[in-house]
Design a binder for this molecule. Structure first.
Ligand code: SF4
Length: 462
C-alpha cells in the first residue's frame, strides 16, 4: 500500500512535536475576556507555556500558577488553590472567569479540584467577594494522557458546557476556530462579513496582534465574552473548523441543544475554503457573494503561477497539530506535490479512522507514511539514513535544526513559530491563506536554490 498509517515503533519520545495538555487548556483560556487561568501545579507548567506563547505571539498576557511545592506534591495542595483564587481576585478586580487547570502532579496526587471549587463558591466568594460575578471552572488536563491538542479540545468543551444556557434563539452562528493565529481569526471574520453572517467567533485571539499605544503597553486578552459563551446554546448552528481542537464542544452543543453542527474541514487551501463557504451557506441560508468568487479567482490565478512550474512533484514532510497537518497535506496534494511523511505528535486512536486520512490513503499513488505518536527524531533519522529525500519541510520552529542539519528548506507554520518575524500576522486559512502558503513554499524553494547554487532553468524564464 503506498500510504501507511502506523504508530512510531520506538519507545519514548525524542524532541516531541507537542507539549502537554495543560498548555492547550491555557491557550483556550486566553481566548476568553476577563479570564485568567490558574494552573494547579508547579510553576514551570505555566512558565514554559507562557514563554512559548510569548515567543510565538510576541505579546504580553497573564496566566497564574498555584505554585505547588514538595509538601503539596506529597500531602495535597488544595490550600494553594484557595490562596491562588483569593490573591487573583484581589489583584484583578475585572477577572470573572477563573479556570483551575490541573497538571500531571496534581492529578496524580488526587487533589479534589471540583470539591475545592464548591468550597470556594460557598465560602470565599460569598464572604469576601459578595455580589461579584466569578466563575471557577475545574479543567482536568493530566499531562500523562493526550497532548496540548487534546488539552485545548477538553478546555473548549468544558467552558462551553459550563456556560451554554438555553434561551431565546439569537440567530447567530457559532464558529469554533480551533488553535489558530490572530491573522487567521481576522481572515475568518472577513469571510463571515463578506457573507453578511452574524457569528460568535469563539476563543478567538485576534487581539494577540495588539498595538503599542502612546499611553502604554497593551496586555492581550481574548475576545470571547461570558455572554458569547452563554449564547452558544441559542445559535442557529455550530461550525468547528478543527476536528481535534473544538470538535468536542461542537458535539456537546449538538447533543445537548440539538444545534445543527458541522465539524471541519479547516479552510486550508482552495478546496477546503470552498467547503467552508458551502457549510456557511447551508447553515445560514446566506449566498456566497461575487466578492468571494473574485477572491477565489485571484487565488487560483496566483496558485497557477507557482504550481505546475515550481511546486509539482516536490517532496514534502509535514508535522504539527493534526487538523493543520491534514489540511496542509490536502492542499499540497492539490498543488501536485508529493507527500512523503506526515507526523502527528500524539497517540490519538482516532487518527487512523479520520475520513481525511482515509481519503489521502485512497488518493496517493506514491509511497507516503503517516506516523502517529511521532517525535521529530522520526523525521531526522529518515533524512540522515537517506530513507527519504525531501525538497521541503512544513512545521513549527521546534524542527528548525533538522532543516538546518539536513539542508532541507523549511517553511514555518503552526505553533510555535519563534525564529521568523511576524508569521502570526499571516493567515493560512481562506483564499488569502492559500495564496500565502503556496507563494511562501515557492519562495522558500527559490531561496534554497540560490543558497545552494542550483541553477534551476525554470527560474530564468518566469
Ligand atoms: S508535563 Fe507535567 S510538570 Fe511538565 S509542564 Fe506538563 S503538566 Fe507541568
Amino acid at each position: 500500500m503506498p500510504c501507511e498509517v502506523k504508530e512510531k515503533a520506538r519507545v519514548g519520545n525524542i524532541n516531541p512535536i507537542f507539549t502537554c495538555q495543560p498548555c492547550g487548556a491555557q491557550v483556550a483560556s486566553i481566548g476568553i475576556k476577563n479570564c485568567i487561568g490558574i494552573v494547579h501545579g508547579g510553576q514551570g507548567c505555566v512558565m514554559f507555556v507562557r514563554l512559548l506563547l510569548s515567543q510565538h505571539y510576541k505579546e504580553s498576557f497573564e496566566i497564574a500558577s498555584s505554585s505547588v511545592h514538595e509538601d503539596g506534591a506529597v500531602f495535597g495542595a488544595l490550600k494553594r488553590v484557595e490562596e491562588a483564587v483569593d490573591v487573583l481576585l484581589m489583584r484583578y478586580p475585572d477577572v470573572k472567569v477563573v479556570p483551575i487547570i490541573t497538571t500531571c502532579c496534581t492529578e496524580v496526587i488526587g487533589d479534589d479540584v471540583d470539591g475545592v471549587v464548591t468550597k470556594l463558591n460557598e465560602g470565599l466568594l460569598k464572604e469576601k467577594f459578595p455580589g461579584r460575578e466569578v466563575h471557577l471552572i475545574p479543567i482536568h488536563t493530566p499531562s500523562f494522557v493526550g497532548s496540548m491538542v487534546s488539552g485545548y479540545d477538553i478546555a473548549v468543551r468544558d467552558f462551553v458546557q459550563y456556560f451554554a444556557k438555553k434561551g431565546e434563539p439569537n440567530g447567530k452562528l457559532n464558529l469554533i476556530t480551533g488553535w489558530v493565529n490572530p491573522a487567521d481569526v481576522t481572515a475568518l471574520k472577513h469571510l463571515l462579513a463578506e457573507m453578511d453572517i452574524d457569528a460568535t467567533v469563539l476563543f478567538e485571539t485576534e487581539t494577540f496582534d495588539s498595538p503599542l499605544m502612546p499611553y502604554g503597553n497593551f496586555v492581550s486578552h481574548g475576545g470571547t465574552t461570558i455572554e458569547d459563551l452563554k449564547g452558544t446554546a441559542n445559535a442557529l448552528g455550530t461550525i468547528a473548523l478543527n476536528r481535534y481542537e473544538g470538535g468536542k464542544a461542537a458535539q456537546y452543543l449538538e447533543k445537548e441543544f440539538g444545534l445543527p453542527t458541522v465539524i471541519g474541514p479547516a479552510p486550508i487551501g482552495i478546496r477546503n475554503t470552498d467547503t467552508f463557504l458551502q457549510n456557511l451557506k447551508k447553515l445560514t441560508g446566506k449566498p456566497i457573494p461575487e466578492s468571494l468568487a473574485r477572491e477565489r479567482g485571484i487565488a487560483i490565478d496566483a496558485l497557477t503561477d507557482v504550481t505546475h512550474m515550481f511546486l509539482a512533484d516536490k517532496k514534502v514532510a509535514i508535522y504539527g497539530n493534526p487538523d493543520l497537518v491534514i489540511g496542509l497535506a490536502q492542499f499540497c496534494l492539490d498543488l501536485e506535490m508529493r507527500l512523503v511523511l506526515l507526523l502527528l505528535g500524539d497517540d490519538n486512536a482516532g487518527y487512523k479512522a479520520d475520513p481525511r486520512i482515509l481519503e489521502l490513503q485512497k488518493n496517493v499513488d506514491f509511497d507516503m507514511e503517516v506516523i502517529t505518536n511521532a517525535d521529530l527524531l522520526e523525521l531526522d533519522e529518515r533524512l540522515k539514513s537517506k530513507k527519504i529525500e525531501l525538497d521541503l519541510i512544513l512545521g513549527h520552529s521546534k524542527g528548525r535544526f533538522i532543516s538546518i542539519d539536513n539542508k532541507v528548506p523549511m517553511l514555518r507554520v503552526g505553533f510555535p513559530v519563534y525564529d521568523r518575524a511576524g508569521y502570526y500576522r499571516h493567515p493560512v486559512v481562506g483564499y488569502a491563506g492559500a495564496v500565502w502558503l503556496a507563494e511562501q513554499m515557492a519562495n522558500t524553494l527559490f531561496a534554497d536554490m540560490e543558497y545552494k547554487g542550483v541553477r534551476e532553468w525554470s527560474l530564468n524564464v518566469w
